[in-house]
Write a protein that binds this ligand. Sequence first.
Ligand code: NI
Length: 252
Amino acid sequence: MNRWIFDTHSHYDDEAFDQDRHELLGSLRDKGVGQLVNVGADMASSKEALALAKQYDFIHAALGVHPSEVADLTEADMDWIRSHASEEKVVAIGEIGLDYHWDEPEPAVQRKWFLRQIQLAREVQLPVIIHSRDAAQDTLQIMDEHCDWSQGGVIHCFSYTVETAKIYLRKGFYLGMVTFKNGRKLVEVVKEAPLEQLVLETDSPYLTPVPNRGRRNDSRQLTYVVDAIAQIKGIDREEVIRVTEENAKKMY
Ligand code: NI
């Protein structure tokens, strides 16, 4: 029986797709991709995500502002997200979080808007899509204090240790699997995590998986991630696709 790949994290509003967006989106089904979530990274892309979701029945939208884009956020932006969060095609608040890899905006500003968007997710009762880089401790602290864990969510592009993974897994969160470029640590995480708590994601047009790194990414490349998970867990690829698709539907 045919199973469909569910890409839980993509950015098809990105200008990298301006030349062939509709052609590409129209071809995904033939390549085994059933549904996807287009994730907002700032206010403009959140609006475009919603527009794409209204245009294509297999696309869902997440509304939210990435930590690197929060410098100019206002309460009016929060109001916009709140007022559209209950629309049928909106499945999550994200991507939100902390990224200390970059100095800008300063950590205090990032924390303020992460906390604010966590509260918003709680208010509108949607799961969260968390972007967290070089900020494991602060991310966990803010989530512990403000997140409604029972609404669920995903740690996108999981890049931390097995110990940190276990904390989120115990809370019932999902771990997003993008690519296996930094090998060993992520392999350990995948071994440790139950398949029932992994979801597939591309972050298209970014983070193209091995063997195509350096080129523009799109959801068709998830077959490589499926193969990697299947190999690590010693199961067949159909099972990886089936279970991660069920996980995505449960989470959103
Ligand atoms: Ni992303």
